[in-house]
Design a protein around this ligand. Structure first.
Ligand code: TYM
Length: 326
C-alpha cells in the first residue's frame, strides 16, 4: 500500500481540467492506497484573498472532493492551515533550497512577469508545496502536467536533505494521466485551461449551469479544416475537445474519430455537450447535498486530526535529525 498526497487551491472556478488532471485520479487511487487529500488554503494567500470568499471556496472544494467520489471513510480530507506542520516544515525546507532553483520555476516567472517586485509567498510557493508532500512520507502525487516542475523541485530538496542529514524523507513520484494531464482553454487551445482566465467560456467549471456548458463548448475554438481528427500540433482545438470527450466517455480517441468520420464539428460539439453534462450533472447534485449538510465540517475536523497525527511524527523525526528543539 502506497501513501498518496495531493491538493487543490480553493480559488474558485474548479474546472474540468482540475477534474480530469487530478480529482479523477484521487478517486481511482483511494481503492488501493492510503490517500490524503488537502485543500491548500495557505497556497491561495500567495495572492490577495477576501477572507469570507476564501473560507467559502475552501468548503466548496472540500464538498467537490466528496462530490466527485473521494470517500472520507477511505481517504483523509482536510484543510492545510488546520495542520501546523505544513508551515513548520516549510521553513526547514526553505533553509535547504536556493533562490536560483526557485527563480527557474515557470509558474513564478509567469506570475511575476512585468513586476518590479513580486510577493515573497509567490516565490516560496513551491517550498510550501514540497512541505505538503514530504510531511506525509508521500510515495505518489497525482497532479496535472503543470505541476511537474514543482514535483521535481520537491524531489531535489528531499534528496539533498537525505544526503546531508540522516535519511529524513521519502522521495515522491508525480503521477500524470495520459489524456487528462493538460486540458487546454476552450477559447485558445495554446493555453492551459485556468481558474483565473477572464473569459468564462475558456473553461467549464464543475458547477456550471447546463446552458453555460453548452455555450462554452459550442463556441470553442477549432479550425477551418472540418475533419474530426486528433493532431495536437496542427489541430489543437479539436484535439483538446477529443481528449475531453475521451476521458468523459471512456472511449478511445481512435474510436471517436471513426464514429465522426464524414461528420461536422457542429454534430461533434453537440454530442460533447451531452457527454460532459452526463458526467457533471451527478457531481453538481451531490455537491449541493454535501455542501449544505453538517457532515462536511465534521469530516474536515476529523481529517485534520488524522493528518496532524502523521505530521507530528514526521516533524519529530525532522527535528531530531536537524538537532532542533530539546
Ligand atoms: P491547482 O489548484 O492549480 O490545480 C489543482 C490540480 O489541477 C491540475 N490542473 C490541471 N490538470 C489538467 N489540465 C489543466 N488545465 C489543469 N489545471 C490545473 C493541477 O495540476 C493540480 O493537480 N500547486 C498546486 C496545489 C498544491 C499541491 C500540493 C498539489 C499545493 N500543494 C501538494 C499536489 C501536492 C496547484 O496550484 O494546483
Amino acid at each position: 500500500m502506497k501513501r498518496v498526497f495531493s491538493g487543490v487551491q480553493p480559488t474558485g472556478n474548479i474546472h474540468i481540467g482540475n477534474y480530469l488532471g487530478a480529482l479523477k485520479q484521487f478517486v481511482e487511487l483511494q481503492e488501493e492506497n492510503e490517500c490524503i487529500y488537502c485543500i491548500v488554503d495557505m497556497h491561495s494567500i500567495t495572492v490577495p484573498q477576501d477572507p469570507k470568499e476564501l473560507r467559502k471556496n475552501t468548503l466548496d472544494v472540500a464538498a467537490l472532493y466528496l462530490a466527485v467520489g473521494v470517500d472520507p471513510s477511505k481517504s483523509i480530507v482536510f484543510v492545510q492551515s488546520d495542520v501546523p506542520g505544513h508551515a513548520e516544515l516549510s521553513w526547514v525546507l526553505t533553509c535547504n533550497s536556493y533562490t536560483g532553483e526557485l527563480s527557474r520555476m515557470t509558474q513564478f516567472k509567469d506570475k511575476s512577469k512585468g513586476r518590479e517586485s513580486a510577493p515573497t509567498g509567490l516565490f516560496t510557493y513551491p517550498i510550501l508545496m514540497a512541505a505538503d508532500i514530504l510531511l506525509y512520507d508521500t510515495d505518489i502525487v497525482p497532479v496535472g502536467n503543470d505541476q511537474k516542475q514543482h514535483i521535481e523541485l520537491c524531489r531535489d530538496i528531499a534528496i539533498r536533505i537525505n544526503n546531508k542529514y540522516k535519511k529524513t524523507f521519502v522521495v515522491p513520484d508525480g503521477r500524470f494521466l495520459k489524456a487528462g494531464a493538460r486540458i487546454m482553454a476552450l477559447d485558445d487551445p495554446q493555453k492551459k485551461m485556468s481558474k483565473s482566465a477572464e473569459n468564462i467560456h475558456s473553461r467549464i467549471s464543475l458547477l456550471d449551469e447546463p446552458s453555460k456548458i453548452k455555450k462554452s463548448i459550442m463556441r470553442a475554438t477549432t479550425d477551418s479544416e472540418g475533419s474530426i481528427r486528433f493532431d495536437a500540433e496542427n489541430k489543437p482545438g479539436i484535439s483538446n475537445l477529443l481528449n475531453i470527450y475521451s476521458v468523459f466517455s471512456g472511449k478511445e480517441i481512435a474510436d471517436i474519430e471513426k464514429d465522426y468520420e464524414g461528420r461536422g464539428y457542429g454534430d461533434f460539439k453537440k454530442d460533447l455537450v451531452e457527454v460532459t453534462m452526463e458526467a457533471l450533472t451527478p457531481i453538481k447534485e451531490r455537491f449541493e447535498e454535501i455542501r449544505n449538510s453538517d457532515e462536511l465540517i465534521k469530516i474536515l475536523r476529523d481529517g485534520a486530526e488524522k493528518a496532524n497525527a502523521i505530521a507530528e511524527k514526521t516533524m519529530k523525526r525532522v527535528k531530531d535529525n536537524f538537532g532542533l528543539g530539546i
